[in-house]
Design a protein around this ligand. Structure first.
Ligand code: AMP
Ligand code: GLY
Length: 423
């Protein structure tokens, strides 16, 4: 099969790496791809959000199956457009991807189907929102409704901070249309973790749990990022918690989307908080997380293409989805200045040495002259190691990363070692 992967980050490199091991896949393409993906796939210079150009390229190049990995093309209906052109794809259609694209939609869905989540109200007018915050008190959480590059959430410690956040989202249009509607919700407490689950519209298969580290610096300090590292599984995800999540959250979510006429095919990302009242949903995403994907897929022991096809065809109950024992750790190496501004184009050394003991997924890289690899983004690499238990995986990732160098490189030194990485 000729398979096209849409996207160009560490997550897409991990998907390409897993698919390259499938006997069903004989030709991989990736748009736009990156310097590491280029070793496994033909990189095609089309932006991930250009639906028309992607569909046209897939048609002209006899693509048999497309994996749509990032959030924006899913929300834009890339899967719908591909299907309309007769090309099957992995990922939800726009009417199901809305669980990520609209927080107010997913809050309503959870309320209607009694899926545990923070209490909330949705507002489109400023004054009632300010009054509600005053009445509820702080801490309180303010969220822009739409996709806001992970930056549309303010956990406010005071009423004034929350009101300012609403003002800037609604009046200042800080997030464009994403801020025209605002969700205000109760502030929950407890450890956070992620469970990614394969879905075929009806059946659901959870992957091993994982834990992202969203803050830029050690000890959960500094600005929020796309994720500075991930471990899998999360030590907080005990069998008892897993059972409750399956019964109270995962199965009800898939059934709810089906009942609403929006069957979900793809990966549902359950962002969870283990509160004193039990596990609750912080957020849904409609895709693999990045860097959770790199950590989790390192543990996959089945053919990913078989799983993707089953998710599309509604036959996930017939696939044996196996995982390796042990644990994994993905350590992100970032450009100095990220998540703010940073320089690009620095040469990267030590990739081969690091690759002896870990898998180095590329995120922001491009190929330079004579086979050199250059930095081209904020998150540059995800050094991913596995081990018989978590500490071995963490040590393995750090040991491999010690070979790698580029100017102004920085990384967290406590991935997997802090109790609540997203606090
Ligand atoms: P989100 O983009 O919805 O995942 O939110 C980003 C981060 O904000 C989450 O990872 C949590 O750490 C925090 N957060 C979101 N909603 C809540 C909530 N209701 N209570 C406490 N923290 C929250
Ligand atoms: N790592 C968080 C996300 O992909 O949304």
């Amino acid at each position: 099969m000729h398979v096209l992967i849409v996207g160009g980050g560490g997550r897409e490199h991990a998907i390409a790496w897993a698919l390259s091991k499938s006997s069903k896949v004989d030709h991989l393409s990736c748009a736009p791809g990156n310097g590491g993906i280029a070793a496994l796939a033909q990189c095609v210079d089309i932006p991930a959000t250009d639906v028309d150009a992607m569909v046209a390229w897939a048609c002209e190049n006899s693509v048999d199956f497309v994996v749509v990995a990032p959030d924006d093309p899913l929300a834009l209906g890339m899967v719908d457009a591909l299907e309309a052109a007769g090309i099957p794809a992995f990922g939800p259609r726009a009417d199901a991807a809305i669980i990520e694209a609209s927080k107010s939609f997913s809050k309503r869905l959870m309320e209607k189907y009694h899926i545990p989540t923070a209490k909330y109200q949705t507002f489109t007018e400023l004054e009632p929102a300010l009054t509600y915050i005053e009445a509820q008190g702080a801490p309180i959480v303010v969220k822009a409704d739409g996709l806001a590059l992970g930056k549309g959430v303010i956990v406010a410690q005071t009423v004034a901070e929350a009101q300012d956040a609403v003002r800037s989202m609604m009046s200042g249009h800080k997030f464009g249309d994403a801020g025209a509607r605002v969700v205000i919700e109760e502030c929950m407490t407890g450890p956070e973790l992620t469970v990614l689950a394969f879905c075929d519209g009806e059946h659901l298969v959870p992957m091993p749990s994982s834990q992202d580290h969203k803050r830029a610096f050690d000890g959960n300090q500094g600005p929020n990022t796309g994720g500075m590292g991930a471990i899998s599984p999360s030590p907080n995800y005990t069998p008892e918690v897993a059972k409750r999540c399956m019964e109270e959250i995962f199965l009800p979510t898939v059934a709810a989307l089906r009942a609403e006429g929006r069957p979900f095919h793809g990966v549902i990302y359950f962002g969870l908080m283990l509160t004193p009242d039990g596990p609750k949903v912080v957020e849904y995403n409609a895709r693999f997380g990045d860097p959770e994907c790199q950590a989790v897929l390192s543990l996959l022991d089945s053919d990913l293409m078989d799983i993707f096809l089953a998710c599309r065809n509604g036959t996930l109950d017939q696939v044996d989805v196996r995982w390796k024992d042990g644990a994994s750790c993905c350590l992100v190496l970032a450009s100095g200045g990220y998540p703010g501004s940073y320089a690009k184009g620095y040469p990267i050394t030590g990739l081969e040495e690091a690759g002896q003991s870990a898998v180095v997924f590329h995120a922001g890289t491009r190929l330079g002259e004579n086979g050199s690899v250059l930095t081209s983004g904020g998150r540059v690499l995800g050094v991913t190691a596995t081990g018989p238990e978590l500490n071995a995986a963490i040590d393995g990732a750090y040991a491999a990363a010690s070979h790698i160098h580029f100017q102004d490189m920085f990384f967290r030194s406590d991935i997997g070692r802090v109790w609540n990485p997203n606090a």
